[in-house]
Design a binder for this molecule. Structure first.
Ligand code: PRX
Length: 570
């Protein structure tokens, strides 16, 4: 069979000879781009903002922001002053010190970025939360991390169960009519100083704490450290291909690792103008943002591309998207069909990138200088070694399907799972292969091809959702005796969440009950975690030890053979 390829389009790229660089590159060689080479200490927020504010980039626009109500822009110099102000508020009014966990729980606005940067300047560890999270999800994360401060908005305040969180000392509120004991951020900003002493930290001090889901247990806190920035920077050069004149837009929210690493650090460590569009997905607003700002490099996700594709090409023809020169995707499998659509409507190949919360930065990608093989995630980033290994950690030859694994030691690798060394260690096979939980194969030229998750983790509209968290919520509902949750294939969202439920005595299968259960999960966890489909069954398939067999549920759903049933109770 002849493989479909998309050849390189002409251009001057930061990475021109992939093979050569892959052979020779060593992460140490770029360390001296950062100030630690002189002092031994570092601060990623300094490197991202302040450093540029003292150079020729001082008056360059760092942030273009718009939502339905606001339209603003800030230079690097202004970003320095405003993040210093935010840092001063956190320091003086909320007593934030190095190592404290500061959570941000608010929609994307310029203030969110000032606050994240300000907290990092104090050496605090920032934990970003999606604004869609409801009380249960917020509580789990603040509790596990023993967060000291949370920054939020008046609308979201009610979702923080402060009485159940003894470590939480202060709530900073960004909005109108804030009353004591909460800190009124906007009022404090008016008089806070624009001067702040940066707290210099060790390379291995914490920077970000991103909670993410696995197939078992509650969400776990993945800790990233300041040293990771060398990979944020280098991949922004090679993969995003950022250059001085670029206008870059990453559509992700910082609640997701893409929104911090490539919504903050990648572009700003590179000194690039960064576009942030607040609010929800909206076809017209998105195309208009590309046209108005003249976006040149655009990073989004397959679900968004599929939604745009579904809206039809007439819509696109109303906008001038000719500024785009490089388009990228992350988070779920990128369908070849979407890549072909991209060629047709923006004359650009969409470059898939593969990585995870745990890998902390790009690990397997398509580069502007390489041909694209639609359906493949690309090749390892120089300085990263990837392989397909069997369940014992032995490397497999090309075309054999197995576990996608990365050789331990790349700079942005997670530094810890918060308070859970056992969980951290469980990721590694034979000591030095990080095992991703994805299955894949490699072709003879070293391109990797994603096949699916090894575990039951669900990828819905780019969000990674653990079935266990949803099942735990479902059984809190009085009507639910047992619940099993799976991802069901969906043409737009990749997967949707489907719940199989056995009801308690006295409850019966009605549409109202379905609605009620859906709303129960939506208001207890988050809208994206609520099951769009619910099927009631008398009994669910379980192992003899009582574990619900999701694999059997999935086989029911897809009309596939259920495989080995020897461990199933009768
Ligand atoms: O299954 C893979 C899928 O998303 C998982 C990681 O999710 P998360 O930690 O939320 O991070 C997402 C973005 C950094 C992976 O284990 N995934 C990510 N990128 C791709 C992908 N699946 C297929 N193709 C990709 N390009």
């Amino acid at each position: 069979m002849k493989m479909e390829t998309m050849p390189v389009t002409k251009g001057i790229y930061n990475l021109t000879d992939y093979d050569e660089v892959y052979k020779n590159f060593n992460w140490k060689s770029i360390e001296d781009k950062f100030s630690w080479s002189e002092t031994g200490k570092i601060n990623a927020a300094y490197e991202a903002i302040d450093k540029h504010a003292d150079t020729f980039r001082k008056n360059k626009i760092a942030l273009y922001y718009r939502d339905q109500e606001r339209e603003e822009k800030y230079t690097f110099k202004e970003m320095k002053g405003l993040s210093n102000k935010a840092g001063n508020i956190l320091k003086n009014a909320a007593n934030v010190e190095k190592g404290d966990r500061v959570f941000v729980f608010m929609p994307r606005t310029p203030e969110l970025y000032f606050i994240i940067l300000g907290a990092i300047k104090l050496g605090a560890i920032v934990g970003p939360l999606f604004e869609a999270f409801m009380e249960g999800a917020v509580k789990d994360r603040l509790h596990d991390s023993e967060a000291k401060v949370i920054v939020t908005t008046p609308e979201l305040l009610d979702r923080i169960p402060i009485n159940q969180l003894p470590a939480l000392k202060k709530i900073v509120v960004v909005g109108e009519n804030v009353s004591a004991p909460h800190i009124d951020f906007l009022t404090e900003m008016k008089c806070a100083s624009t001067k702040l002493d940066i707290v210099w930290v060790e390379k291995t001090d914490g920077l970000l704490l991103h909670y993410t889901s696995g197939s078992t247990g509650t969400p776990k806190g993945v800790l990233h450290v300041h040293y990771a920035m060398i990979q944020h920077y280098q991949t922004a050069q090679w993969v995003l291909d950022l250059k001085e004149d670029d206008v870059y837009w990453c559509t992700a929210d910082p609640g997701w690792v893409t929104g911090t690493i490539y919504g903050i650090f990648g572009p700003w460590l590179s000194g690039t103008a960064n576009v942030i569009v607040g609010g929800r997905f909206n076809h017209e607003a998105w195309y208009k943002a590309i046209e108005d700002y003249g976006v040149t490099v655009w990073y989004s996700a397959p679900t968004a591309f599929r939604m745009l594709m579904g809206a039809g090409d007439e819509l696109i023809n109303k906008y001038d998207l000719s500024s785009l020169r490089h388009v990228l995707s992350v988070g779920e499998p990128l369908n070849p069909e979407v890549i072909r659509w991209g060629m047709k409507v923006f004359q650009n190949r969409i470059h898939d990138t593969w990585w995870m919360t745990e890998t902390g930065a790009h690990t397997i990608c398509n580069y502007p200088c390489l041909e694209i093989r639609p359906g493949s995630m690309g090749k390892p980033v120089p300085g990263v070694e990837a392989a397909i290994v069997d369940d014992k950690g032995n490397e497999l030859p090309p075309y054999r399907m197995g576990n996608l694994a990365i050789k331990k030691g790349w700079p942005s690798m997670m530094y810890a799972i918060w308070n859970n060394k056992e969980k951290y260690d469980s990721y590694f096979m034979q000591g030095n292969w990080y095992v991703s939980g994805d299955s894949a194969y490699m072709d003879e030229d070293g391109y990797f091809w994603f096949q699916g998750r090894v575990d039951d983790v669900i990828l819905t509209a780019g969000e990674r959702v653990g079935p266990f968290e949803i099942e735990s919520k479902l059984v809190e509902h009085p009507a639910v005796a047992e619940a099993g949750v799976i991802g069901k294939p969906d043409p737009i969202r990749g997967e949707i969440i489907k719940a199989f439920i056995a009801l308690r005595e006295g409850y019966s299968d009605t549409e109202e009950l379905r609605e009620e259960i859906y709303t129960f999960v939506k208001s207890g966890l988050a809208a994206h975690a609520a099951p769009r489909e619910i099927e009631f069954r008398d009994k669910l398939p379980k192992t003899r030890s009582g574990k619900i067999m999701r694999r059997v549920l999935k086989a029911w759903e897809l009309n596939l053979p259920a495989g080995d049933l020897s461990t199933m109770e009768d």
